[in-house]
Write a protein that binds this ligand. Structure first.
Ligand code: AMP
Ligand code: FE
Ligand code: FE
Ligand code: ZN
Length: 276
């Protein structure tokens, strides 16, 4: 039976390991297939594909796309998009530009209270066009000895209720579902019931389903049994598939590769919908 982990990040976004290193670890974790789903970029996929061919594991190319609804961030996983699709690339570029402006502003607000934090200091870990996120600020806080790990930063300093918090621009969820489908990709809501303000609301879900949503990520560390049962009910009601993934971020989060999986039948359906 194919062991498929449908959600993992590299250091091309906010994971801590090179794409090739993620692939090597996925193989070691006993996976047959793994999706690389970096935030708002496809830049790790080529390196990951080469590594996958070398170690003998299947790479499912993907990304985790930022969307925004009612001042809240909602993540959309996409599998097998055409990574040369101009519409999707333009959206990702706009999101990454907004991520940069947003982290610049957050760093500026933080520098009064945390003198080690500045946009200039962050540049030392930069690569061109990188999708900047709060985890990079968290790492800078750790490096400067203000806190012990990323998790601590998210509880307080980087929390959405913190005075340092700034929201980035992102397209609406239904716009992103449409763009994902037009690029040939298969869209799945990432961890739909996780997060500090709870859950995707029914009206948003309805719009996303109308736009061509494929599935809901059910099996995820941030979903308890009750959340998983609720997702099964929503999936049945809206005719959606359910997936699972680790949301691996290297040493940036406790999530381990293969801790949650997607069924091989659902992987087959994803491929079918992607025209493979
Ligand atoms: P941002 O993209 O700036 O909104 O930051 C969200 C990202 O932060 C998510 O993609 C997660 O990877 C990461 N994150 C959220 N909560 C935590 C946490 N408690 N510990 C470590 N990383 C986290
Ligand atoms: Fe992340
Ligand atoms: Fe996410
Ligand atoms: Zn993720």
């Amino acid at each position: 039976m194919t062991k498929f982990d449908a959600h993992a990040h590299s250091n091309r976004s906010d994971g801590t390991d090179d794409p090739a290193a993620v692939i090597v670890q996925a193989k070691k974790a006993g996976l047959d297939a793994v999706a690389l789903t970096d935030h708002d970029t496809f830049s790790g996929l080529e390196e990951a594909a080469a590594a996958a061919a070398q170690v003998g594991i299947e790479l499912v190319p993907g990304a985790e796309l930022s969307t925004r609804v009612r001042g809240r961030s909602l993540h959309l996983l996409v599998y097998y998009p055409d990574v040369t699709n101009p519409e999707l690339l333009e959206l990702l570029l706009r999101i990454r530009e907004s991520r940069t402006e947003r982290i610049k502003e957050m760093a500026a607000r933080m520098s009064a209270d945390f003198p080690g934090i500045s946009w200039e200091a962050l540049q030392q870990s930069a690569t061109d066009g990188k999708p900047w996120g709060r985890p990079h600020l968290a790492d800078a806080l750790v490096q400067n000895g203000y806190i012990n790990d990323r998790g601590e930063a998210f509880q307080r300093i980087l929390h959405p209720t913190s005075p340092y918090y700034v929201l980035q621009w992102s397209p609406s969820p239904e716009e992103m579902v449409e763009a994902a489908r037009r690029s040939g990709g298969v869209p799945v809501i990432a961890h739909p019931l996780s997060g500090w303000r709870g859950q995707v609301d029914r009206s948003t879900l309805t719009k996303m389903v109308d736009a061509g949503l494929f599935g809901l990520e059910r099996d995820h560390r941030e979903h308890d049994g009750k959340a998983r049962a609720m997702i099964d009910e929503l999936a049945a009601e809206f005719g959606l598939q359910v997936t699972g993934g680790s949301d691996f971020h290297g040493t940036g989060k406790p999530n381990r590769l293969a801790e949650n999986l997607t069924s091989p039948l659902v992987l087959d359906l994803i491929k079918e919908q992607a025209g493979l």
